[in-house]
Design a protein around this ligand. Structure first.
Ligand SMILES: N#Cc1ccccc1Cn1ccc2ccc(-c3cc(N)[nH]n3)cc21
Length: 238
């Protein structure tokens, strides 16, 4: 899968993608990430990318021309790609949307604005406008990295099998169970006995109960379409 990122801060993307799961996926050739500096698609000597907003108001707005020139440059190879604009006003990004992007797109262009946003006319050239949450970031780069990271984790072969279960539980509609590792006793804080029992059936049930308990407490909105067994466990918790 190929990600092409348009930004005025390429170093934000380049620094992050070298590490962790993404770094390994890049080295395995499972993923390719190309970053383009929007300033390279300007036509003035100052490489200007922003201007004052029509109608007045605080701050600056990013001009359409660098985005248009960059998008046309990418489209010149006539290969299919999904163009995604990051914005606080976009469609909410979820694990389900990450799965959809992974399944449907061989290549994604992640378009990152800065300042107070970008000229509305850029949206005529994109397929999706996506928000990663109900808060305002300083620009689209962190949102782009969230999307890249979560989509790459879903690509077969990108993770070791032991990690893929985390996304799976989220996809099933509840949060993850608690995790513990050595030491067994840290300043009197002990690992739950059941996890030391070696009884895999008991451990699985404990983990399911904990996951449902956490979900009921922090994200009750996720508790939809539960299996009859999960519903039974949930009722015991209430
Ligand atoms: N737009 C806007 C805006 C509006 C007012 C003040 C500051 C900004 C900053 N900004 C500029 C580009 C841009 C891109 C994405 C986000 C973004 C995404 C999520 N989920 N939160 N924030 C923010 C972005």
């Amino acid at each position: 899968m190929k990600f092409e990122v348009l930004t005025i801060f390429p170093e934000i993307i380049e620094c992050y993608i070298k590490h962790g799961v993404l770094g390994k996926a890049l080295n395995k050739g499972i993923v390719e990430v190309k970053v383009y500096n929007l300033r390279d698609f300007t036509s003035d000597k100052h490489k200007k990318v922003d201007d004052y907003p029509y109608g007045g108001g605080a701050g600056m707005v990013m001009q359409i021309e660098p985005f248009y020139n960059a998008i046309m440059h990418l489209k010149a190879d006539e290969k299919p790609r999904k163009l995604v604009l990051l914005s606080p006003q976009g469609r909410k990004f979820t694990q389900k949307l990450a799965q959809k992007f992974m399944e449907e797109s061989k290549a994604m262009v992640l378009i990152c604005g800065r300042y107070e946003g970008i000229d509305e006319r850029v949206k005529a050239f994109v397929d999706e406008e996506v928000s990663i949450g109900d808060y305002v970031l300083s620009g689209g780069e962190l949102a782009a990295l969230v999307i890249i990271d979560s989509v790459v984790r879903l690509i077969p072969g990108a993770l070791g099998d032991e990690l893929s279960a985390v996304e799976d539980s989220f996809m099933k509609g509840f949060l993850d169970y608690p995790h513990y590792t050595r030491p067994e006793d840290f300043k009197g804080m002990k690992v739950p006995e059941v996890l030391l029992s070696g009884d895999h059936k008991k451990i699985a049930l404990w983990r399911k109960r904990q996951a449902l308990k956490n979900t009921l407490k922090n994200r009750p909105d996720l508790l939809k379409n539960l299996s009859p067994e999960d519903m039974r466990i949930l009722k015991e918790l209430c």
